[in-house]
Design a protein around this ligand. Sequence first.
Ligand SMILES: [Mg+2]
Length: 249
Amino acid sequence: MAYDLMHRSPAQDAVLDRILQRAAEAPLGAVVALDLDGCLFDNRPRQVRIARAWADSRGDVRLAGLRIEHFEDWSFEATLRRLGLPADEARSLAAEFRPHWEAAFFDDPFVIHDLPLPGASRFVRQLRDRGARIIYLTGRTHTQRPSTLACLDRYGFPIDPAGDGLWTKPTSDQTDSDWKRFALETLVEEGSPLVAFLDNEPIHLVHAADDHPNMLSVWLMTDHSPRPHTVPDSTPRIHGFLRTTDPMP
Ligand SMILES: [Mg+2]
């Protein structure tokens, strides 16, 4: 599985239409929860920036040729192997990089390098226009809110000025999985009907299907953790937000 940003197909049109129709038929203010990283946004430009900055700081020229195409999943070791590094070297360099990556990826300033998936903000505006309450449900932490809000605004994603629609993880100690389960349950307890949930990480989709079988969960086929996936066959999947009616670039 890898990013296919320009993908368009009748099957993808049908899934997008199904989400929009659900939003239109639901009570006003029913929730559509959308993930950010690997779902509405392509994080690979951020990944490249972080890795290159780290390499530059060490005077390491091995990462000079690193490009977004080398990132197909969240394993930096696999990324380095795609770049052409031998297996042993990739493994040890990835282990060295890990603490730096952790600090940089969850630091606010690098967030601005993310780019939206083509058609993503248009689709979210269409959901909003059909009466959905948009919740950006992300594993990003509270410390990343400033750049995240700036990015959402810059690329035309609907967001209220107070940022109430952005649900960031209270603490980095919590797993993304626990956080998203808690957040969806909180919405239900608030009395908010759940219309749809879009995410790229298989584990979140498995939990969503278990916990909220009446919600439409949709899998974004971009990238995900290197673990084997167990997303139910019945979960609809899309590569992005472009439609067959969109002009080819
Ligand atoms: Mg994600």
